[in-house]
Design a protein around this ligand. Sequence first.
Ligand code: SAM
Length: 330
Amino acid sequence: MSTLKTVSSWQQEPKGGPGCDATDLGFARALLAGLTKEHKSVPSRFFYDKRGSELFEEITELPEYYLTRTETAILTENAEAIRKQTPAGSLLVEFGSGSSTKTEILLETLDRLAGYVAIDISPAALDEASQRLRKRFPELPIYTVVGNFSSPMRLPEQFLSVPKLGFFPGSTIGNLERDEAVSLLSNMREILGPGSRLIVGADLKKDREILQRAYDDSEGVTAQFNLNLLARANRELGTDFDLASFKHQAAYNEAEGRMESYLVSTKDQSVRILGQEINFSAGERMHTENSHKYEIEEFHKLCCSAGWAIQNVCTDDDRLFSVHVLQNTA
Ligand SMILES: C[S@@+](CC[C@H](N)C(=O)[O-])C[C@H]1O[C@@H](n2cnc3c(N)ncnc32)[C@H](O)[C@@H]1O
């Protein structure tokens, strides 16, 4: 971290102390833990290896996947207002940055940023995005952090007194349970510090047909994305999942206000993971992702529970998606 004009990485605080939970387990242990539960599940953050990140990018371009183009339009329309509210020389910190495509809207608009910090669990996505951004914004100091945004993290010393703008687009917040979302927003408040602001994209509750199409597209890209979890286990852990014997399922759970994704075993079968045999019966599901949908007021309550004050909210005319500007008034 000696010079600002390089792409750098730094370590998160060490994990594994008291309070270490299942979210800190490696892929193999998390997979085994999830598949030995009564209701099988795999944490959704394991979607994002290199292939998973590529498939996610394909999803964002699908006609049915309204989320990306709607959020992009909201950000583009409001970029100038965001610029006016952001002090020159701020540090932009993005959580779950992926391809950093929407980030370019802010990077083009904001004045003389002190730097851009991209945090993501996918090293491949970070590499690709930082190389592209370095070419496009050669003067911008770019930092990449490979890690779990739910873990405690410290920004480098030189940014302690710099104004911070957090960015958390993509409705990634929807992948967390409500209590986890509050913890994550609190963690972001800690990382960004007093006086900071955070821009968060959250998907809104809507007609279930629109949701169903977005999470089970006609070209089967979302199905491939879901099945890539098993392909990744075969690649990285030497498991023997037969991908042809599992199928993608997406369902709206109205009571919980969320889309749920599953992989369903189409026959009785067993798979070995870390030497342990895991049995699946025909029709048995493993849960792979939740995507919570919010009403604006409901989302604001959640943000306030995490200690953020609401500064602004923008939606599209069809009220499909919402972008919230939060302020850490502490
Ligand atoms: C839904 S995608 C959104 C990507 C991008 N921000 C966008 O708006 O298009 C979620 C992103 O968050 C990353 N991610 C998921 N869980 C994570 C975690 N626990 N810690 C850090 N990054 C995570 C994934 O690798 C992926 O790039």
